[in-house]
Design a protein around this ligand. Structure first.
Ligand SMILES: [Zn+2]
Length: 119
C-alpha cells in the first residue's frame, strides 16, 4: 500500500450518523474529501458515543479552513430556518411560556426581560 496517510483534522461532531453523513456529502460536493470517524463505535454502543465526542467528520488539514466555512454556513442555515410555528415568539425565561414578539413582560407569570435595573 502506497496510499499517503492524510493529515486528518476534525471539523465537526455530530449526534447522529445521518447528520455526519450529510456533512460528509456536503463537503464532498464542494470537492473536499471527508471522512467519518468513530461511527462504528457509536453505532455499536450509543452510550460510548458520549465518551468519545459523538461522530466526527474529518478532512485533511489543508482543507480545514474551507471545510469549517462550509459547515458553519450549513449550521447557520439550520438555525435560521424558522420553527414550524410561532417563529417570532420567544420563551419566557421564568415559566417557559412563549411570549409574543415585542412584549417584554410575560403575560403568564409577570417575569420581564427588563428586570434587574432601576429601583
Ligand atoms: Zn413567564
Amino acid at each position: 500500500m502506497t496510499e499517503p496517510a492524510p493529515d486528518l483534522v476534525n471539523v465537526g461532531s455530530f449526534v447522529t450518523i445521518n447528520d455526519a453523513e450529510f456533512a460528509r456529502m456536503l463537503l464532498e460536493s464542494e470537492g473536499i474529501e471527508a471522512y467519518i470517524a468513530d461511527a462504528t463505535i457509536v453505532s455499536m454502543d450509543w452510550l460510548l458515543g458520549n465518551a468519545i465526542g459523538w461522530i466526527k467528520v474529518q478532512v485533511s488539514a489543508a482543507d480545514e479552513p474551507r471545510a469549517r466555512e462550509i459547515l458553519a454556513q450549513w449550521q447557520r442555515e439550520l438555525r435560521e430556518r424558522p420553527p414550524a410555528s410561532e417563529s417570532d415568539a420567544i420563551p419566557c425565561l421564568e415559566c417557559g411560556k412563549e411570549m409574543p414578539l415585542g412584549v417584554a413582560t410575560c403575560p403568564e407569570c409577570g417575569w420581564t426581560y427588563l428586570g434587574g435595573q432601576g429601583d
